[in-house]
Design a protein around this ligand. Sequence first.
Ligand code: VGL
Ligand code: ZN
Length: 206
Amino acid sequence: MNALIIVDIQNDFLPGGALAVPNGDEIIPIANRIASMFDLVVATQDWHPPDHGSFAANHPGKDIGDVIDLNGLDQVLWPVHCVQSTPGAAFASELDTGRFARVFQKGSDPAVDSYSGFFDNGRRQATGLADYLKEQAVCDVYILGLATDYCVKFTALDAADLGFNTFLIKDACRAVNLHPSDAATAIREMQSAGVTVVSSAKLSAT
Ligand code: VGL
Ligand code: ZN
């Protein structure tokens, strides 16, 4: 069994959103086109309470982009984004969600961020995604979404670490690029961890 994991294609990560990923909207037609090629499709959804510790607004005197210690972990501070049940947290309206077998929400604990779709950044709580994929006898996972240098990267690293054959669909991801080289660095890190980089155009053959 193979599975496609669609990471965080939510309004706040699209152009015009609170934490817009440049050109993030360009990946939506690719996700829609390829979803039917997979045995199973799941999605992750960044899902923060208003008092989340990753929001700069919740740390008086701190700015977006600052790095703080949040309960023992380095934390980049972000604009308020993907607040639970707000339009910004909703999946992009153009995204075809009809084949999503399950949605795994993350980032609900105000005390810790959760970039990976599998675990929070402290690896204390699991979202249930790993157990679900194992229950469904998935061996190969293909990952696309937003953002290459955060949630996509950590989801791919955890997938590889959990023993899944892990593929990154590179042209179906976009990066935040706080530093211009972040996307390239993230892709190298994933490759070093055993993740295979593929292109959506070559997928029908898999
Ligand atoms: C993400 C920063 C903060 C992501 C989520 O989806 O990559 N990035 N929250
Ligand atoms: Zn977030």
